[in-house]
Design a protein. Structure first.
Length: 387
């Protein structure tokens, strides 16, 4: 089986562009990806004061994308579960999976104290984690049964009729991001933030834990090979030099968008409890890890995690901007992927428009990647029309 390809996206603001144009151009990109044979479009969830996500309601945007596409799967990556009521998610998952004719997938995560604070929950690390666990359990229960019964500390449902159901049974495929072990234990696919140095060990650990907890040779509940992939922020151009010239300032803008607005707002309010952890086990501007969470669930600020990979990666190449970004010509991208396929990962997740990259620059990267890179790594390359 050849390598499968996905796309990860925040939908960041593009300078001088109205929201209507941003949405339309992104939907055009997704239409092209659909024709090109990408497996899934993964959309992040972030809310104010974050500025790097213009689609905070993933279900609304993915429902729109479902009407413009026919093959590509569509996934929130991730739902920050403590911010959602599980009944609302059950109903909206059922709607999007139906509108897409069974192409929805579900990424789940717990977020952290800071996200919960700005949402108005005043949550502790422990209560946030408990809300995540119960919300996930209720979603799986409600989508799998005609009546919902659940008793917890946060939610209680007694024989509640479930009239909405997803096309895929018992529910759409699930993803857990940034922790291969948790994903494998729970029978989920996974996307890792890391580098070429880290994906090999992560893929090995994922497969070992999958075999331990799901069974040797076990498939997912939908009968598919479990997926593990790395997210790579990319710029492709005709030459390495041109791609790097676009990527370097874009990377700095992306890093700012990702972390600074939330940190500035937290510091303005004197929220210093998010700046460190009591046990010293987390890193970044995130607050404490729940005391009742498994040891593997180290809470990591994504910007701090990227900084860690930037400083620790060993591959010396001018187009590899730190550990988690790649800029270059199609030939350089193929060289990168030749190394990637040796890692044991079976999924590769592209991010094409980030930081200061314009929609036209992103579209050029997408075309170069689909025309000159992807066909070398898939079993049956798609024929893509020019429109």
């Amino acid at each position: 089986m050849g390598l499968q390809f996905g796309v990860f996206d925040h939908i960041e603001p593009e300078e001088g562009k109205p929201l209507t144009e941003t949405y339309e151009k992104r939907l055009k990109q997704i239409e092209y990806m659909d024709r090109a044979g990408f497996y899934c479009y993964h959309l992040a969830e972030h809310h104010t004061p974050a500025i790097h996500s213009l689609a905070p309601s993933q279900n609304v945007f993915l429902a729109a994308a479902s009407q413009r596409t026919t093959k590509i799967h569509l996934a929130p990556c991730v739902y920050v579960l403590p911010l959602h009521h599980p009944l609302r998610l059950i109903e909206e998952i059922s709607m999007v999976d139906t509108l897409s004719n069974g192409r929805m997938e579900i990424g789940v995560g717990r977020g952290g104290e800071m996200e919960a604070f700005f949402w108005g929950q005043e949550a502790t690390a422990e209560s946030n984690y408990e809300r995540y666990q119960e919300t996930l359990a209720v979603i799986q229960n409600g989508l799998s049964n005609d009546r919902l019964n659940f008793q917890g500390n946060v939610y209680n449902f007694d024989d509640l009729p479930m009239f909405m159901h997803s096309v895929q049974k018992p529910y759409p495929p699930m993803w857990y991001m940034r922790n291969a072990e948790t994903a494998a234990i729970n029978g989920m696919d996974t996307i890792i933030v890391g580098s070429l140095d880290s994906i090999g060990p992560e893929a090995k650990r994922y497969k070992e834990k999958w075999e331990e907890h799901q069974g040797k040779g076990a498939l997912t509940i939908h009968g598919k090979e479990p997926k593990i992939g790395l997210t790579v922020h990319m710029v492709l151009a005709e030459t390495d030099e041109e791609a790097i010239a676009i990527a370097k300032p874009a990377w700095e803008q992306y890093r700012y968008n990702l972390a600074a607005p939330r940190r500035i707002e937290a510091e303005r309010r004197g929220l210093d409890r998010f700046m460190s952890t009591k046990d010293g086990q987390g890193f970044g501007f995130v607050g404490n890890r729940p005391a009742n969470a498994p040891a593997r669930e180290l809470r990591r600020d994504i910007d701090a995690e990227i900084e860690k990979f930037d400083s620790s990666h060993t591959t010396q190449n001018p187009g590899r901007l730190g550990g988690v970004a790649m800029a270059g010509s199609p030939a350089s991208m193929r060289e990168y992927l030749d190394e990637y396929v040796q890692s044991g990962a079976n999924y590769y997740v592209c991010s094409f428009q980030w930081g200061s990259i314009t929609s036209d620059e992103a579209m050029r990267s997408i075309r170069l990647f689909t025309e000159e890179v992807m066909p070398h790594y898939v079993d049956a390359p798609a024929e893509v029309s020019a429109d």
